[in-house]
Design a binder for this molecule. Sequence first.
Ligand code: SF4
Length: 394
Amino acid sequence: MERRHFCRLVCLALLAFASGCGVERIFPGAFPAERDNNNRFGAPAPDRDAGLSAPGRRQKTAFYERLEDNAVRCSVCFRGCVVPEGGVGFCLNRENVGGELYNIVYGRPSAVQFDPVEKEPLHHFLPGTEILCIGTAGCNFRCKFCHNWPLSQQSIHEIGRYYELLPEEVVQKALDRWRPPSLSFTYNEPTVFYEYVYAIAAVAAEKGVRVVFHSNGTMTPEALRPLLQYVDAVTIDLKAFSDDFYRTVSQGELKAVLKTLEIIKEEGVWLEVVNLVIPTLNDDLGEIRAMCRWICGTLGAETPLHFSRFFPAYRLTDLPPTPVETLEAAHALAREEGLMFVSIGNVPGHKFNSTYCPGCGEVLIGRVHFTVHEINLEEGRCKFCGQEVPGVWA
Ligand code: SF4
């Protein structure tokens, strides 16, 4: 590699690294020590007097049914929590007040900022643009490796800080800053602020703002399908291809995620898949091959797959970072299985940060980490060989 080109890549890598994870920048050092959330499901909502669920400040949950004794069953996600009167759901965001279920983070995001769209990650969606990213408190999973745990594993009461933003104000922020404008529900699981997501997405669609979300893929089909009518692209974490991993490491469920992926494909919304490869927990190459085969066969060879490098975080600090060789082996077998767009993330400067043309092998979109330095697409086609490249390009 020429010295000049090498220096440019190093500078881009440093810039990209400096752009880092935004959540810490929003509330530096503000989070209390981690807690055990598992015994709080169904417990009385904390700090009621904070007023978040007071009449006039609460938003009714979109999908639930009433049961005996004023209990309710939520059907926004796969868990189907039965929430007793006065209690909260597993996600800590849905509260039963008098036999009705309310979302207490509606209009109260705890993280709002612009990020490169590459950070979602999305590689085939308006490359090189910035996207308005929104997250709230809460999650319906308990991933031991969560990098955003200060947001996802705490209730809004515990975080104690949030913005007051109506859907129209969020959309206006996206419109004010970047062309073409887009916004994303990310940082924590959009399912747990579904009502807010839906309301913002509906306004955004009306105003010509593109909508994206990054999810663990466990909304119920009845919640997912109506939302997708307003959505332009989705990134889904396929955390492993084993239900055992989902249950023991994330308190999730593989079956629900696979169903979600199929529905998104069926609805024709642009889809990218992320697999965080964690040493000893989901790095078995046989399992990764089976996952790639399923993606290729069910979702299509053109589905971008991002292998992401694990770094110790939250409750998984006793494992080392993923060896780059493991990611490269996963990449090689994904290509063998027929996937056309496979990348390696969280390894700034790796050649597979970039997207290559499946026709001629040239660089289609050159990236260093989250920074795009080269786009060789013309009207959705490779400018070298004319191969059509699927995605949302304009
Ligand atoms: S969104 Fe999921 S975790 Fe939250 S209350 Fe509803 S079913 Fe439970």
